[in-house]
Ligand binder design. Structure first.
Ligand SMILES: O=C(O)c1cccc(C(=O)CC[C@H]2O[C@@H](n3cnc4c(=O)[nH]cnc43)[C@H](O)[C@@H]2O)c1
Length: 242
């Protein structure tokens, strides 16, 4: 089977990329160098490729769509670090995000009552049940057994102000915040491709203070999770991995 791992930055999955199992330097012609596609020697029929897209939904959607136009994958995994709204989730914890949304796609109504955000569904710009949306969310039907499940949300601007954090929390009940997840799901779900979004918690969503972040721990745990998943698929026959 072919697995594609999609990450915004190389740094987020550096330990995984540096593992001996990966065959470094396999750039695929036609893919710009900053979009790094790397293949393993197939282990018992499983080949792993990595696509580094750049941060944010536009870069993720553009480069993932291009890769899917050229190649076929059986499973696509979005691997990245994320913020958590839930302090019960320890830094370094790895979760599978099972639903996501474009949290800041919409309009302000000007109301001062906390209800001043109108999403694209309330604006009538698209339907809450228009595929790939379900009830206004991007819900992943595929779950990988053994990984804690969490709802996510995706932003263009990372929350760092108490008032905006309170507002988003009252509007959406998400646990994780990323800058790519919904874009990733939008592409995979539109194409009917089996996908997973794995996020390791690097920080809590709070008033911005980079000193409280633990990126090295999140990066280490994320890579360990990727290694485990790849090993699982490599050691089980393709039909059992579905
Ligand atoms: O500075 C570093 O060493 C470093 C190493 C790895 C990754 C980074 C990033 O800045 C990654 C950006 C990436 O992280 C996601 N992220 C992480 N926390 C949050 C958050 O609280 N809210 C939204 N996104 C978050 C995001 O998906 C970015 O693409 C730096």
């Amino acid at each position: 089977m072919n697995i594609l791992i999609v990450s915004a930055t190389k740094a987020e999955i550096a330990p995984f990329l540096n593992e001996g199992a990966l065959d470094s330097g396999a750039f695929v012609p036609g893919i710009p160098e900053e979009v790094f596609l790397k293949g393993t020697a197939p282990a018992q029929g499983t080949a792993v490729y990595v696509l580094v897209t750049g941060v944010g939904t536009p870069a993720t959607i553009y480069h993932l769509t291009k890769a899917l136009q050229k190649y076929t994958y059986d499973l696509v995994i979005n691997a990245g670090i994320a913020g958590s709204f839930d302090r019960a989730l320890p830094l370094g914890a790895v979760v599978q995000v099972v639903s996501d949304s474009f949290a800041d796609l919409g309009a302000e109504s000007g109301a001062e009552d906390g209800e001043d955000f109108l999403d694209i569904f309330r604006l009538g710009m698209t339907g809450a049940e228009t595929p790939p949306f379900k009830n206004g969310k991007l819900v992943n039907d595929f779950r990988h057994p053994g990984w804690q499940e969490a709802e996510g949300l995706t932003v263009n601007t990372v929350h760092g102000k108490e008032s905006s954090i309170e507002a988003i929390r009252s509007r959406l009940p998400a646990i994780t915040e990323s800058m790519e997840g919904a874009g990733f799901f939008y592409v995979c779900m539109s194409e009917g491709i089996k996908c997973l979004q794995l996020r390791a918690i690097s920080n809590y969503v709070e008033k911005r203070n980079r000193e409280n972040w633990n990126i090295p721990l999140a990066v280490k745990e994320l890579s360990a999770a990727l290694t485990r998943i790849v090993e699982e698929y490599s050691s089980s026959p393709a039909d059992d991995a579905d």
